[in-house]
Design a protein around this ligand. Structure first.
Ligand code: ZN
Length: 333
C-alpha cells in the first residue's frame, strides 16, 4: 500500500510528463505549420522554377524590363559600371536591339564609361523620324527630361504616331555628363569632349570661343567622330533611314536649321516648327562659330535637321514640344 503522499507525488510527476509531451507536440505542430505555409505564400518555388528552366531568359532580364524613363534621376546616380569591356552588357545590347518596343529601348551603343545609349521606338510606318534629347548634359538636363516626358506620353497615347511613321527618340546621348553634374561640369562626355563639336562635319580641334559657351575648357575630341557616343549615333542614323530629326538644347536661342548654309529641307522643317512654337526663328545670333555639329552632319547626309533650344534650363515646354512632335511626324519634303 502506498501512502496518500506517495500517490500525490506520482500524480505531479505524471502531469509533468504530460506537460512535456504537450509542449513537444506544440513545437512539432508549429514547425510543420511553417513548412506548410511559407512556400505557397511566398511563391518562391515558382520563381525558382522559372529561373532554373532551361528556356528561361538570361539573368539580365531585369535590366531589360526596367528601362522606364528616369526624370528624377540624380546626378550622382548609383549606376553600376561594367567591370570591364568584356562584361555581359554588350551581349545584352544585342538582345535588346532585336526586341525593342515602346517600353524596351534599343541600346545603340555605350558612353565612355559604358552607360547605355537608349533609343525608344514607336510605330511601324515607312517614314522614319527622330528626336535626340541630351547631347549636352549638365545644365541642359531639361532636354533629357523632355525626352522622358515624350516617351511617357507616347506609351500612354500610341495613337499619336501616324500609321505611316516610325518615330525614334534617344533620351540622352551624354549619360556620363548628365550623371556627373546637372550644372556646367556636366556638359562634356567623360573625355571632356563637347559631343556637339565632335561630329565629322566642319570639325576643327579648336575654335574661336567668341559668342560661344565658355564656362569651362572643353575639347572637340582627338579627331572628328572620335567619341563612342558620336560613333554610336552616326552608326544608328546611317542604318535606320531617318530622314528628319530634331536635337534639343537649352537655352533660349531658338530654332537652328542644319547645314552651313542650311539645306532647303532643314529650312522648310524649321519654318513648319516655327509656325507652331514660340521659339525664336530665325535664331538669335551670338556670333558663335559652330563646328562639328550633329545637325550639320545630318544635313550633309540628306537628313533634315534642327537644333531647338528650350526656353530656359529648367522647363521642358512640354505642350509646345508635343505640337512640334506632331509637325516633325507629319512634315513632308
Ligand atoms: Zn546644347
Amino acid at each position: 500500500m502506498r501512502s496518500p503522499l506517495t500517490w500525490l507525488a506520482i500524480g505531479i510527476w505524471s502531469l509533468g510528463i504530460l506537460g512535456v509531451i504537450a509542449i513537444g507536440a506544440l513545437i512539432t505542430f508549429a514547425a510543420t505549420d511553417v513548412e506548410a505555409v511559407d512556400p505557397t505564400e511566398t511563391g518562391i518555388p515558382t520563381l525558382a522554377k522559372v529561373a532554373l528552366a532551361p528556356t528561361a531568359a538570361p539573368s539580365f532580364t531585369p535590366r531589360i524590363i526596367t528601362p522606364t524613363p528616369r526624370p528624377t534621376q540624380s546626378p550622382t546616380s548609383n549606376f553600376k559600371l561594367p567591370t570591364s569591356r568584356s562584361s555581359p552588357i554588350p551581349t545584352l545590347s544585342i538582345r535588346v536591339t532585336l526586341t525593342a518596343t515602346p517600353s524596351n529601348p534599343l541600346v545603340i551603343g555605350g558612353s565612355v564609361l559604358g552607360r547605355p545609349l537608349e533609343v525608344y521606338r514607336f510605330g511601324n510606318g515607312s517614314i522614319h523620324r527622330m528626336i535626340i534629347g541630351g547631347i549636352h548634359g549638365g545644365n541642359e538636363y531639361n532636354t533629357v527630361h523632355l525626352a522622358d516626358e515624350i516617351i511617357k506620353h507616347l506609351n500612354a497615347h500610341p495613337e499619336t504616331i501616324p500609321s505611316d511613321n516610325t518615330f525614334f527618340i534617344l533620351r540622352n546621348l551624354n549619360p556620363d555628363g548628365y550623371s556627373r553634374s546637372l550644372g556646367i561640369r556636366g556638359r562634356t562626355n567623360e573625355n571632356n569632349v563637347d559631343l556637339n563639336r565632335n561630329f565629322p562635319s566642319l570639325w576643327v580641334a579648336s575654335w574661336n570661343r567668341n559668342g560661344c559657351w565658355t564656362f569651362l575648357p572643353t575639347t572637340a575630341g582627338a579627331s572628328a567622330g572620335s567619341e563612342p557616343e558620336t560613333q554610336s549615333l552616326i552608326k544608328f542614323l546611317s542604318s535606320s533611314k531617318i530622314d528628319a530629326l530634331i536635337n534639343y538644347h537649352s537655352a533660349a536661342l531658338g530654332i537652328f536649321a542644319g547645314g552651313q548654309p542650311p539645306d532647303d529641307a532643314s529650312l522648310k522643317l524649321a519654318e513648319a516648327v516655327s509656325a507652331v512654337s514660340d521659339y525664336p526663328y530665325p535664331p538669335i545670333d551670338t556670333g558663335c562659330k559652330f563646328t562639328g555639329q550633329l545637325i550639320d552632319w545630318a544635313s550633309e547626309h540628306n537628313i533634315a535637321a534642327l537644333d531647338i533650344e528650350l526656353t530656359n534650363h529648367r522647363d521642358t515646354d512640354f505642350e509646345m514640344n508635343l505640337r512640334i512632335l506632331d509637325v516633325l511626324l507629319k512634315w513632308r519634303r
